[in-house]
Design a protein around this ligand. Sequence first.
Ligand code: NAI
Length: 255
Amino acid sequence: MNRLESYTAVITGAATGIGRATAKVFAEEGAEVLCADKNEEQVKELAEEIQQAGGKAQAYVLDVSKESEVTGFAEKIKEQYTTIDVLFNNAGIDQEGGKLHEYPVELFDDIISVDLRGTFLMSKYFIPLMLEKGGSIINNSSMSGSAADLDRSGYNAAKGGVTNLTKAIAIDYGRQGIRANAIAPGTIETPLVSELAGTDNEESGKAFRDAQKWVTPMGRLGDPREMATIALFLASKDSSFVTGETITGDGGLTA
Ligand code: NAI
């Protein structure tokens, strides 16, 4: 407990899924969690839930793909907190789009804008808040960042970019004490996966989950909290000499 005592941590895409679970775990470990998401209602509800449980959390409405919103957010946080200790670039979208020659250009642009450009923008404007005392950047990539998934050229390209961008940050800022690492989740039970699969009551949802369980050596989907504890390791001093790394949490799927 208290591995993040007196830390300030920014988490994007905090309203649901892996971001939400991570915000709760970081708050339980003593961090003040700055929860940012484009979903205003759910991100405010999350901050209230953390506060009611005795933790420290604030909610911010943010679209990570919009440069003016990211700069405005970074300025606000600099005014209020001066520095931050952790940045978890977690916001992401995914959608199947068919084979590359059928893949809609707009979908490709949307996914690159949020998943890759959003990670770049947030890192670019928040690294200055880490230069004074160092910090930890955690990027939520995917198993699709190294092994491609069918009919998802936009997502595969974006996440491959996120994995390599992580290494670029690690080598650029190693001497400033800023570490950068990525997480590569397998199939985790979150709203993103429900959107891809449908609910478990529908035939498509059940078939999707059964197929994922079958290809995963551990025989089940992951829980968002199982990704949050990887993020905790990367955020805390427990990983003080780990940088430029990707930690896979996929129940053996890519083993
Ligand atoms: P989710 O859909 O539950 O959460 C994504 C969050 O990001 C939502 O709260 C959404 O409102 C927010 N968001 C989306 N676009 C945004 C934007 N432009 N600006 C700010 N916030 C935005 O999904 P999940 O599963 O928790 O995903 C989190 C991350 O994990 C994503 O980057 C995803 O690609 C990655 N991931 C998830 C896997 C899974 O199986 N669930 C597998 C591999 C990677």
